[in-house]
Write a protein that binds this ligand. Structure first.
Ligand code: FUC
Length: 838
């Protein structure tokens, strides 16, 4: 027994020491970036983002401020979240559409019901596309995106060699290296020129809200540089005075939109001469140059129906205060504060795949090429996967911090004035995917911005519900709703893109973040506070559900399988989200002891919902009727939202019951006909699907394809273009291979790929507020440590789990209850630490 404990202690020392012993996690290149999208490297603190190019004679640091958006109510005082036409007109069309779709569906089921012919072949038809009458009803539901606006770049900090300086004419250099150390969130560029070794360090501190760049050289007085701003913004004022450049402005827009932004750059030098002239600062013959920059806007998230999005505080005052405070601190102090803050999040979780190493010290692009061309060693491939995993966490910490806006389609990084899809918040997969990793990888704090964002959409979402929707009998509905694209100005109306705008299930889906935050952290006060948001999202559906005359079940009507269509009744994605939402609200009400009549309404509606179906061809049906394109996989369409039941939903759990397993089998058929291709985020979702289907090798195959086909040199995910959801979704999927807890137990290694046969992880979170650290070899658990933060009963599923011994921290054995062949449970105390081994 003593040996067992010695073994455990050594093992856990190993796990906890792991963060230090594991190979350093660095994105590393031997050339400066020329492409913003593909090569520049991201830094961020949730408020400020930067993309660093690291050029030698000219360095460009492109900057973003999280709330720099055009459009909105400041631009157009009548802006009302994108609602078009009059409410009565919209509702009349909705009702006409509902009736027409019911008739169309009834006709379809009667005339085109799928059947198996005498040769065993499934004969099915497709829904016809909407005729002109249906189209006219549908287009009348579209919103108005005129004042939607766009997330925009703030501008660039340029650092150039001074003309006249000796080095300026000489563009040759050696030993160039550009590396982003994601263990510390510090970027470093170094090179040698004329025998002088130059180094630059860059980081964006969250506690000090500032970007800091330090230039040094190993020969005295070698640094002569000009520092200035360029910007695509058109309404700016740039001045420079006493070593400080100040830019104030408003977003490029057709008109003033009320948003004001400000940025300052302060330059300090050791041993040289600073001159300020016009819009520029020059430094001559310095030993060290320090550059500080901060930015802010007057944007204020609006949580009520005042729809006032502006604070009274001048952004420039905020920036000046920040810069003045920072300028008093020393570089080591600022760096230390930053690294400590970053690591307080980053180091909560570690993953170490055995032998992962960049043994040949390849650059990241060489590693990616080697991965694609099968010229990497196994250790290098594992290293790249480990790096990519943690890069997802790095990106979330950099783009989503408490009190900031959530990570958008590009996190916090966007170039120019019109980034793809306005770098907005798409809510039919994208922003949700951004947060799948948050709780599991122990970054709950970084999850909060998206929850606050959802809360901010509710007041306008109530307006949308009353403007656009009515009960089937025409009377008003309760609750709130949002659709497919959202901005920071409370745009909750549908968009105007026929193939995707109609997605009222988005609100229910966003509520999953609230529920999951509770699930993982068990904070009842939090749940109590956000419960009304979930409840009202559910009541919206109680009031909107339609009785399908074909079978008396309740369906969403109209219903549009995301970006795939066609319009029908009760498409699987909608039904899954509504089921999940009802389920969450019922569970939350029970936890909070809420005996509300509304909960009975929800429970009754839930029991009548049209549910998941398996088709005659064995597929998990995307629509309520069995369609030909469901059977063929419809040209590998990228969306597979109908598998929401499996992930990110929790209605179908592999291995829980024969019924669950039947559905899971059908989902495999569906995924196989859809194929493994897809855009970046689509592949990332499939990593998660296959992990939930307990197919570790297939899940890993998708990870490989994501890295091979949809990953840019700087490890950004590409749709194309760069879209950050795939990064986040992949990290989440890799975690799902190791631990799942969406059933009512924690499942260890549900989808461990063969290529990950040995390794360690530390700090993965499971629902119930457990924190797990494990060590495994030959695909078998060797030891597990569980920290029970809330003292819940711990139920674990793992092959042969009953053969493991459990000890409390004081060495006392714990006798588990054997719940099933592979499931045990035991009571825990809050803060209790439990160790399992053989
Ligand atoms: C969803 C996807 C598109 C794209 C867009 C930003 O609408 O279906 O492919 O990723 O988001």
């Amino acid at each position: 027994m003593k040996n067992f404990f010695l073994f455990l202690s050594i093992l856990f020392l190993g796990i906890y020491g792991n963060a230090q012993n594991a190979p350093a996690l660095k994105l590393y290149y031997d050339f400066p970036a020329t492409s913003w999208e593909k090569e520049a490297l991201p830094l961020g603190n949730g408020n400020i983002g930067a993309m660093v190019f690291g050029g030698v004679t000219t360095d460009v640091i492109q900057m973003n401020e999280h709330s720099l958006w055009s459009g909105g109510p400041g631009k157009n005082p009548d802006y009302n979240g994108g609602h078009a036409r009059t409410a009565s007109e919209v509702k009349r069309n909705l009702q006409d559409l509902r009736v027409a779709l019911q008739e169309k569906m009834a006709r379809f089921s009667k005339e085109n019901a799928a059947y198996v012919d005498s040769t065993g072949k499934v004969i099915a038809a497709n829904y016809s596309r909407e005729d002109s009458t249906l189209r006219s009803y549908i287009t009348a539901l579209m919103g108005d995106k005129t004042d939607f606006g766009s997330y925009q770049s703030l501008g660039n900090i340029n650092i150039t060699y001074l003309s006249g300086n000796n080095a300026s004419a000489d563009t040759t250099y050696t030993n160039y290296s550009r590396e982003l150390d994601i263990d510390r969130a510090v970027l470093k560029v170094s090179y040698t020129q004329k025998g002088v070794n130059y180094t630059r360090e860059y980081f964006i501190s969250h506690p000090d809200n500032v970007l800091i760049i330090r230039l040094t050289a190993d020969h005295p007085r070698s640094l002569s540089r000009a520092i200035y701003i360029t910007t695509p913004q058109q309404a700016v004022n740039i001045t420079a005075e006493n070593g400080v450049i100040t830019m104030t402005g408003k977003p490029a827009d057709q008109t003033d939109n009320g948003l004001k932004f400000a940025q300052q750059i302060k330059v300090k030098a050791t041993g040289g001469l600073i001159k300020t002239d016009d819009e520029k600062i020059t430094v001559e013959n310095a030993d060290e140059i320090l550059i500080f920059s901060s930015a802010a806007t007057n944007y204020k998230q609006c949580m009520d129906s005042s729809f006032n999005y502006f604070s009274d505080q001048a952004p420039l005052t905020n920036v000046q205060n920040t810069i003045a405070a920072v300028a008093k601190k020393s570089y080591p102090e600022l760096l230390e504060t930053h690294v400590k803050d970053y690591q307080s999040l980053f180091n909560r979780m570690a993953l170490s795949l055995k032998n992962a190493a960049n043994s040949n010290h390849k650059t990241t692009n060489q590693l990616l090429d080697g991965y694609k061309n099968n010229t990497n060693s196994a250790a290098e491939n594992l290293y790249l996967e480990q790096l990519y995993f943690q890069f997802g966490r790095y990106l979330l910490i950099s783009s989503s911090r408490k009190n900031g806006l959530p990570a958008n389609l590009q996190g916090i990084w966007a170039e120019g004035l019109t980034p793809p899809w306005s770098a907005d918040y798409h809510t039919n997969i994208n922003v949700q995917m951004n947060y799948w990793l948050a709780e599991q990888t122990n970054l709950a704090d970084c999850h909060l911005p998206v929850i606050e964002y959802t809360k901010s959409l509710v007041p306008r979402g109530r307006y949308t519900a009353s403007y656009y929707y009515c009960k089937p009998d025409g009377s008003p509905v309760r609750g709130w709703v949002i659709h497919h694209e959202n901005n920071i100005w409370g745009n909750t109306a549908p968009g105007n893109w026929y193939e995707g705008f109609y997605f009222p299930a988005a609100a229910g889906w966003m509520c999953q973040d609230i529920w999951e935050h509770y699930n993982f952290n068990q904070d009842k006060a939090f749940l109590e506070e956000y419960f009304p948001i979930m409840l009202d999202a559910a009541l919206f559906w109680v009031d909107n559900l339609w009785v399908d005359s074909r079978d008396g079940t309740l369906v969403a009507n109209p219903s549009y399988s995301p970006e795939h269509g066609p319009y029908s009744l009760g498409a699987s994605c909608d039904q899954a989200i509504i089921t999940e939402l009802f389920d969450m609200v019922m569970k939350a009400a029970k936890i909070l002891n809420k005996n509300l009549p509304e909960i009975n309404e929800i429970a009754t509606a839930k029991s009548r919902l049209s549910g998941p179906k398996v088709g005659l061809a064995g597929q998990f049906m995307e629509w309520k009727d069995e369609l030909q394109m469901d059977i063929t996989g419809d040209d590998h369409h990228r969306h597979a939202n109908h598998l929401f039941w499996l992930h990110p939903g929790s209605q179908i759990i592999v291995g829980r019951s024969p019924q669950d397993d039947l559905y899971a089998k059908a989902m495999k058929t569906t995924l196989n006909t859809r194929g493994d291709g897809g855009t970046g985020w689509s592949k990332a979702w499939k990593i998660n699907f296959w992990a939930r289907l307990h197919e570790g090798n297939h899940s890993h195959k998708l990870l490989e394809e994501l890295l091979k086909e949809s990953t840019l040199t700087n490890l950004f995910d590409t749709h194309p273009p760069f879209q950050i959801d795939g990064n986040f979704g992949a990290t989440a999927g890799m975690t799902e291979m190791l631990v799942q807890s969406q059933g009512d137990y924690i499942e260890l290694f549900p989808a461990l790929p063969d290529k990950w046969s040995d390794g360690q992880f530390k700090g993965i979170k499971a629902r119930g507020n457990f924190e797990l650290s494990a060590d495994w070899a030959d695909k078998t658990l060797r030891s597990l440590e569980i920290i029970s933060n809330s003292g819940n009963v711990c139920r674990i599923k793992y092959q042969g789990i009953k053969n493991y011994t459990i000890k409390q921290q004081n060495g006392k054995p714990v006798a588990p209850v054997i719940v099933g062949d592979n499931i045990i449970e035991f009571k825990t105390i809050p803060g209790g630490v439990y160790r399992m081994g053989k």
